[in-house]
Design a binder for this molecule. Structure first.
Ligand SMILES: Cc1cc2nc3c(=O)[nH]c(=O)nc-3n(C[C@H](O)[C@H](O)[C@H](O)COP(=O)(O)OP(=O)(O)OC[C@H]3O[C@@H](n4cnc5c(N)ncnc54)[C@H](O)[C@@H]3O)c2cc1C
Length: 477
């Protein structure tokens, strides 16, 4: 029940959700739908990073880039190029011009109270909210407080105190720097390299290790490095920034170039002059500014789930995944338990699907061969070039990419799949279903993909791991 105590001006709710990103929203809505009273606290935009500074704007920028690249490799279309102004306009439309009023209204009309301001704990089941106008209010949860505060960027020590871009600047890009140096090689770095290159930046990537997306199957880095090189993106492996100088750096707002040129000394002894630097060096759960000390806890206590039964962290803040769909699933599972509904536990830990929207797309789910072997599985794998799949060749003239599946040799269950090729993001769910449903490859080989579609890659992949068997699971060794 919601009530206001006029003496202390403390408002009571069944559930306090700290952070209105997709995970907080999913949870608050699920609870409100059952007639309980949740409140959600947000100090920036209702909808969270995902809607305004991460998933949505990045994909709004990347989709036209991908379509233009496809037309350039599709005789009969004539080839089109990305127009920077239109691209940025499309991004702005997709993020509602950074106006979250619709999102707030939608929550409020569904029974979720929205409180604006920075929220932090102040004792058991208590959250204090400080608004931008200096006003403070206290919220009390009769049951739980759930932290869904997302992440905050990691800053390598050499960049400490120097104004440069993080991923929010890159997705909010307004000024296109002539030369952009990207530090990092993960999904965010690779996607940002793609759209910034298309917007007209000369992009140099400094990569500490020897591969892009190092946790993916090794062929991903090989193919992407070649593609980036063809697109004019300069990838420097085993290279770090060792010294950085920006004498007139200043923060002029999101997506704006933050001052004059940046000089970067690299571990290879070279000095690069750039107009901007993007730090894509990972993000960590945003648990530092919520006053966990007030209840005697540290961020590690939260991440290792050493919390009282009224406090939980979900989504990116929970530290398990940094993906919207995984966090929303967590929120739904949590909501079911919170509401006393039967929680349908999966028979296996759900595999994590992910798509990196480079050209070509990198869609993966479950374990790579290396991860499966490290986990103790004896595996058999299948690997097929998309260039050998008729349907893929119809999507694009010169198809680049590869598919790989990893199968448990003992059970015949699919453990993981990587599909790197045109529009493979839309093909991935078949693999996710097969892994989650523990469908043996001896059964999967009877799921016949349509000719001529790119999904026909499954025929080649399954033929390799079943040895053309029609009688049962007989892996090729
Ligand atoms: C460039 C980029 C692209 C990405 N693309 C994808 C993608 O394509 N697909 C995908 O699945 N994932 C993607 N991700 C990851 C995805 O953005 C996150 O997994 C997702 O946003 C997590 O949702 P969340 O609700 O946990 O946190 P967030 O979306 O970060 O929301 C947290 C909210 O909490 C608020 N907040 C924080 N602290 C407080 C406080 N103390 N008081 C009040 N409010 C607070 C923040 O302002 C924010 O609105 C991408 C990430 C980046 C950086």
């Amino acid at each position: 029940m919601s009530a206001t105590d006029s003496t202390t001006e403390t408002q009571e709710f069944d559930l306090i959700v700290l952070g209105a990103g997709p995970i907080g929203e999913t949870l608050a809505l699920a609870v409100a739908q059952q007639g309980l009273k949740p409140v959600i606290v947000e100090h920036d935009l209702v909808g969270g990073d995902c809607a305004y500074y991460a998933c949505k704007p990045s994909k709004a920028l990347l989709r036209p880039v991908e379509v233009a690249a496809t037309t350039q490799h599709l005789r009969g279309v004539g080839g089109s190029r990305v127009g920077a102004d239109d691209l940025l306009k499309r991004r702005d439309e997709q993020v509602s011009n950074y106006d979250d009023s619709g999102q707030e209204e939608s929550l409020e009309s569904s029974g979720v109270t929205v409180v604006r301001g920075h929220g932090q704990l102040n004792g058991e089941r208590t959250v204090e909210v400080h608004g931008s106008d200096g006003a403070a209010q206290t919220l009390r949860a009769t049951r739980s407080v759930v932290v869904t505060t997302g992440t905050t960027p990691n800053i390598p020590p050499v960049f400490e105190g120097i104004p440069v871009w993080d991923s929010q600047d890159a997705t909010s890009v307004q000024d296109v720097p002539a030369h952009l140096v990207i530090i990092g090689a993960g999904a965010v770095a690779c996607e940002a390299a793609s759209w910034m290159n298309s917007l007209g930046s000369k992009v140099t990537m400094l990569v500490r290790e020897g591969s892009l997306m190092s946790s993916a199957e090794p062929f991903v880095s090989d193919i992407l490095t070649d593609q980036f090189s063809d697109a004019g993106i300069d990838v420097r492996f085993y290279t770090e920034a060792t010294q950085v100088q920006r004498p007139d750096g200043m923060d002029q707002g999101l997506g704006k170039v933050k001052g004059g040129p940046v000089s970067i000394r690299t571990s290879e002894g070279e000095t690069l002059q750039a107009d901007e630097v993007l730090l894509a060096t990972g993000r960590r759960p945003a648990l530092e500014s919520i006053n966990l000390e007030s209840i005697g806890l540290s961020a590690d206590d939260v991440l290792e789930q050493r919390t009282p039964d009224w406090l939980h962290a979900l989504g990116d803040a929970g530290g398990k995944h940094q993906l919207t769909h995984m966090g929303k699933y967590q929120a739904k599972q949590f909501a079911a338990g919170f509401l006393g509904q039967q929680v349908d536990e999966p028979s296996i830990e759900p595999p994590t699907p992910q798509v990196v929207f480079t050209d070509p797309q990198v869609a993966s789910v479950g374990l790579t061969e290396e991860a499966a072997t490290e986990a103790g599985y004896e595996v058999v794998t299948g690997e097929v070039d998309f260039a050998d799949v008729v349907g893929a060749g119809l999507l694009r003239d010169d198809v680049v990419g590869k598919g790989k599946i990893v199968v448990d040799k003992t059970t015949g269950y699919l453990l993981g799949a990587t599909l790197m090729g045109p529009e493979t993001g839309e093909m991935l769910h078949a693999a996710t279903i097969a892994i989650t449903g523990q469908v043996p490859v001896s059964t999967l080989q009877h799921a016949i993909p349509v000719f001529p579609t790119a999904s026909e890659i499954w025929v080649g992949l399954l033929d390799q791991v079943t040895g053309w068997s029609r009688t049962g699971y007989e892996p090729v060794t």
